[in-house]
Design a protein around this ligand. Sequence first.
Ligand code: ADP
Ligand code: 5GP
Length: 212
Amino acid sequence: MDKKGILIVVSGFSGSGKGTLMKELLSRYPDTYALSISATTRAPREGEADGREYFFVTKDEFEKMIAKDELIEYARYVENYYGTPRSYVEQKLNEGKDVILEIEIQGALKVKKSFPDTLLLFVTPPSAGELKSRLVGRGTETMDVIESRMNRACEEAEGMDRYDYLVINDDLNACVEEMHSIIQGEHRRSFRNQAFMKSMKEDLERLKEQQS
Ligand code: ADP
Ligand code: 5GP
């Protein structure tokens, strides 16, 4: 099978459990996946470290990264900028890793446009009520911010059908395994295996010639 990694975008409502899912997927399959670390102008949350969850940068630094074409995509989300650094993604894909970008929908659609083979996954909790409980339960945002994220969720819901798969994050364990199966199944798509198909055809021709 062809060796190059797949570029995967994971989007979903804030509070749907993307971060939790990614952490679990990476700890179970560390040799298969690489998670891109975005740059953002938002302030770190309690417990977040620079270079681990995000590269926390100033607006000035972010604008310089845009000017130098160092970002694959970027978007504004609830008053802050978020963007995907290019070099890490390219390096890991070439190493054969499946690279995951955990980004919102505007960025997802830009990535799909630049890289049409990207696999788009949308994570959602089983219900809107469960989304609100998770945002409140996480305890990292004020009620004002939670409200703006719930409003943003209404807008994002309009884009769900632009994604290749919906991933319902009800039971965490089942959801991690489902996501892994979807991605591994994606490796078997014929269009991702051009080199294998070419060599199979050549070998078949060679055997046919030897027989005649
Ligand atoms: P996101 O990264 O999408 O904003 P988080 O990973 O921070 O979401 O999850 C939001 C909250 O929901 C966290 O408190 C997390 O522990 C919780 N959570 C995540 N997945 C599940 C799940 N399957 N069942 C119940 N709670 C969950
Ligand atoms: P949070 O502030 O909760 O960490 O992230 C807010 C939103 O920004 C989430 O939907 C997250 O997926 C998205 N996001 C994180 N990094 C990037 C990025 O590099 N580009 C884009 N377009 N969105 C991002």
